[in-house]
Design a protein. Structure first.
Length: 114
């Protein structure tokens, strides 16, 4: 799960950087600073997904990403798309982790091969 969620957040950070390029002509300086801060926070949050609060921060940043659609209209759609990918990364990542743990526990560590 950690790899999928971190990858999603990094891709969101890059997308936010490209959205800043689109917004540079029409947005105010405050909107640009907030967008840059969001891009940096998304990148930092990718490193925090190992902890439980990292996932919670990721959810908050998903809402902020959708909210940046008020500056760049396409971010509404991209934010919703990335939020769906974020949810899928968590959902399927947890399933994958559970399968990995099941396989690990099914192997008998005390048995030695001959």
């Amino acid at each position: 799960m950690k790899i999928l969620t971190a990858f999603t957040l990094v891709m969101e950070s890059f997308t936010m950087g490209f959205a800043l390029l689109i917004a540079k002509d029409d947005a105010s300086s405050l909107q640009m600073y907030l967008g840059a801060a969001l891009a940096i926070l998304l990148f930092i949050a990718a490193g925090l997904v190992r902890r439980q609060f990292g996932l919670q921060i990721g959810w908050v940043l998903q809402v902020c990403l959708i909210g940046y659609g008020s500056v760049v209209f396409a971010m509404y759609f991209l934010g919703i798309l990335f939020t769906a990918l974020w949810w899928c990364a968590i959902y399927f990542g947890r399933k994958g982790d559970a399968i990995k743990e099941l396989r690990k526990s099914s192997v008998n560590p005390s048995a030695k091969p001959k």
